[in-house]
Design a protein around this ligand. Structure first.
Ligand code: PLP
Length: 391
C-alpha cells in the first residue's frame, strides 16, 4: 500500500523530521482540506448563512453539502449533522439539554473507558436532576470492556447510555450493538463518543442505530472543529440553550452563533479524502503499521504494553510504560529525538485510575495514523529500547 505522507504539507521540510505519534490528540491536515479552507476564505463567500445574496447562499450550500458528505462517510441521515467547536462543547451542550428531561431517580449509565468529556457532563447532568450516574468497569488486565458489564447496569430507570466507540488511551473498541440493543429494549437512548474510532474505522451510524454520536474532525486530517450527529426527531425534541432568533428547527438548533465556515470547508474536503481513500484500506494500512509497533514494544525487555492485544479490532493506539522510568521522562527523551508522543492520562481520567497508574504518571501513548510508516515505528522502537536499557 502506498505512502500518503506527501498529502500532508506539514510533514514536508524540517517539521517532517519529527515522527508524529501524537495523532490521537490531533492529526496534521491533509492537502485538500488546506486548499479548501484557503479557497473558501479567498472566494468572497464568507458571510452569514441563508440570506438573499450570493455569498450568504454559498454559506448555506457549504453547510448542506458538507452534511451530505458526512452522511456518506458515516452512513447517516445528513439532516442529523451539526457543526461546532469540538466534541467536549457538544457533549456539554447535549448533557445540558438532556438535564431538562431527567427526573429524580432516573439513571445514566456510562463507562470507565471514556474520555472525561463523555463522563463529567453526564455526571453533572445527573447531579442537577437528582438522577443516578453509574459507570461500567473494563477489565484492567486486558483493557477490554465487555458488553455485559454495561448491560448489567441498564435497568428500567435508565434514560441514557453513554459509551466510547474506542478508548483514546488504550485503543479498546467495545462491542456496541448488544449494548445499544439492551438500552433500546428499556426505552433508553445511546450517546456514542466516536472521536477515537472515526479516524481509523468505517462507521455506519444507521446500522449502529445509536441516537447521537460525536466526532472531532481534527483527529481525521481536518481543521479543529467538532461534529455532532443526532437523530433528527430527538434533535427537534431536546431543549437546547439558544438565543431567540437562532434556528429553532433542523441541524442548526444545537449550534450556537455563527458556524466556522472555513473549518467546515476543510471538514468537507477531509471527509472526501477519507471517502476516496476508503476507510477499509486505511484501516488495513494502519493495522499493518500498528502490528509492527505493538509487536516491537512487546519484544523490548522492561516495556509493559497496556490494552487489548488484537491489532485489528481496536484503534491503532499503543499505551505502554517503561519499568523504572516515569512516562513523562520517556516522552521527554523521545521528544529529544524528534519523536512526538503524549504521556499521562490524555483526559481518560477514569482509565488510568482503574489501571492503578494515576500515581505513577499514567502511560506513554503512541498513535498510528495514515501518515505514520514502518520507518517511524523503527525509530520509536530503537529509542524506547535505549530508554529501557538505560533505565
Ligand atoms: C475519545 C475522545 N473523546 C472526546 C475527546 C474530546 O474531543 P475535543 O478535543 O474535540 O473536545 C477526545 C479528545 O482527545 C477523545 O480522544
Amino acid at each position: 500500500m502506498s505512502s500518503l505522507r506527501h498529502r500532508f504539507p506539514a510533514l514536508a521540510g524540517s517539521a517532517g523530521e519529527w515522527a508524529r505519534f501524537d495523532g490521537p490528540s490531533g492529526t496534521q491536515v491533509v492537502d485538500v482540506a488546506i486548499t479548501a479552507m484557503t479557497d473558501w476564505m479567498t472566494s468572497g463567500s464568507t458571510a452569514a448563512a441563508g440570506g438573499p445574496f450570493a455569498a450568504a447562499q454559498e454559506c448555506q450550500s457549504l453547510l448542506d453539502r458538507t452534511r451530505v458528505t458526512l452522511g456518506q462517510l458515516f452512513g447517516a441521515d445528513p439532516a442529523g449533522f451539526s457543526f461546532g467547536t469540538n466534541t467536549t462543547t457538544f457533549n456539554m451542550a447535549f448533557a445540558n439539554a438532556v438535564t431538562e428531561t431527567l427526573r429524580p431517580g432516573d439513571r445514566i449509565v456510562g463507562t470507565r473507558l471514556d474520555h472525561d468529556s463523555n463522563v463529567m457532563p453526564w455526571r453533572r447532568a445527573c447531579a442537577r436532576a437528582g438522577a443516578e450516574h453509574v459507570l461500567a468497569d473494563f477489565d484492567p488486565a486486558t483493557g477490554v470492556l465487555s458488553p455485559e458489564s454495561v448491560i448489567a447496569l441498564i435497568d428500567d430507570r435508565t434514560r441514557w447510555v453513554t459509551v466510547p466507540m474506542a478508548s483514546n488511551l488504550l485503543g479498546t473498541m467495545p462491542d456496541l450493538p448488544p449494548i445499544i440493543e439492551a438500552a433500546h429494549a428499556v426505552g433508553a437512548r445511546v450517546y456514542v463518543d466516536a472521536v477515537a474510532a472515526a479516524p481509523h474505522h468505517r462507521i455506519d451510524i444507521t446500522a449502529l442505530d445509536c441516537d447521537a454520536l460525536v466526532t472531532s474532525p481534527y483527529k481525521w486530517y481536518a481543521p479543529h472543529s467538532g461534529v455532532l450527529w443526532c437523530k433528527p426527531e430527538l434533535m427537534a425534541e431536546l431543549g437546547w440553550w439558544r438565543v431567540r432568533p437562532a434556528p429553532d428547527a433542523g441541524p442548526r438548533k444545537p449550534e450556537t452563533g455563527m458556524p466556522n465556515f472555513e473549518a467546515i470547508a476543510g471538514v468537507d474536503a477531509a471527509a472526501r479524502f477519507l471517502l476516496e481513500e476508503g476507510m477499509e484500506s486505511l484501516a488495513r494500512f494502519e493495522a499493518d503499521v500498528f502490528a509492527h509497533l505493538w509487536d516491537g514494544l512487546g519484544a523490548i525487555a522492561g516495556v509493559r504494553r497496556i490494552g487489548p492485544t488484537n491489532p485489528v479490532l481496536r484503534a491503532p493506539t499503543a499505551a505502554f510504560v517503561v519499568d523504572g522510568v516515569a512516562p513523562s521522562i520517556v516522552a521527554t527523551r523521545l521528544a529529544e529525538q524528534k519523536i512526538a508522543v503524549w504521556d499521562g492520562h490524555a483526559y481518560a481520567v477514569e482509565v488510568v485510575h482503574h489501571l492503578g497508574l494515576a500515581e505513577s504518571g499514567g502511560v506513554v501513548r503512541a498513535g498510528i495514523v495514515r501518515y505514520i510508516e514502518h520507518s517511524d515505528v523503527d525509530r520509536l522502537l530503537a529509542a524506547v529500547d535505549a530508554i529501557a536499557r538505560r533505565g
